[in-house]
Design a protein around this ligand. Sequence first.
Ligand code: ADP
Ligand code: MG
Length: 253
Amino acid sequence: PAHGEVVLEVQAIRKVFGGLVAVNDISFSIRAGQIVGLIGPNGAGKSTTFNLITGVLDKTSGAVRFRGEAIGGLSSRRIAERGVSRTFQHVKMVPDMTVLENVALGAHLRGHKGAISAMLRIDRPEERQLLREAERQLQRVGMGDLLHEQAGNLAMGQQRLLEIARALCADPALLLLDEPAAGLRHKEKEALADVLRSLTAEGMSILLVEHDMGLVMDICDHIVVMEFGTHLMEGTPAEVQQSPKVRAAYLGT
Ligand code: ADP
Ligand code: MG
């Protein structure tokens, strides 16, 4: 996408669970090359919003447009194929496989239902292609030196980068990250921030759900604040930090 083009438009999406309005007509958009933060206290509806965008949950109402096309009714697999990729909060890797194999396998399984049948059906040229793609994405996140390391030996920060490399296979235009900095040390957070900045410099867009406010304020271009399912406010990091509404939501004052 051209820099500045609107990549994702979330239009009044709503999710009701029984009697609870978990996401109450939330709207926002993301442009190419932007990092948008989605923040709010626990239970605000951030994860549900994520699941509505990626097709993991069906919306009660509202629309989601990606690069100008409605993706609302599509399956999560089809949405991923269009170029929306995500990480999950809990990293799933095979500890005794190498970093490279983990990324290649993850990229392969992304498009398949059964892991075993998918592995049996893979042929040599396809395997080579997957390994090349995995290597390219690992280099992109600064893990080019660790291709043949056992995944089980990685530090937490490296595991998160592995997960991001996996989400980058097939070159998504939009990456959704679910708490990528949770449990990371300061240096690891800095390395993560550098990787995310380098991705957006290439024109990728990122939607970031993250509790680490230092990281959010440091790297986001724009921030959407949710509370009890509603859109509390949005703005630049400075505007959000100065907002009395946001302080009240977090501090209860
Ligand atoms: P956040 O990620 O901001 O902490 P969630 O999106 O996980 O918030 O949850 C928003 C609200 O929706 C919470 O009150 C939560 O208990 C509720 N909720 C989330 N998922 C479900 C579900 N599958 N069934 C019923 N209620 C849910
Ligand atoms: Mg959550």
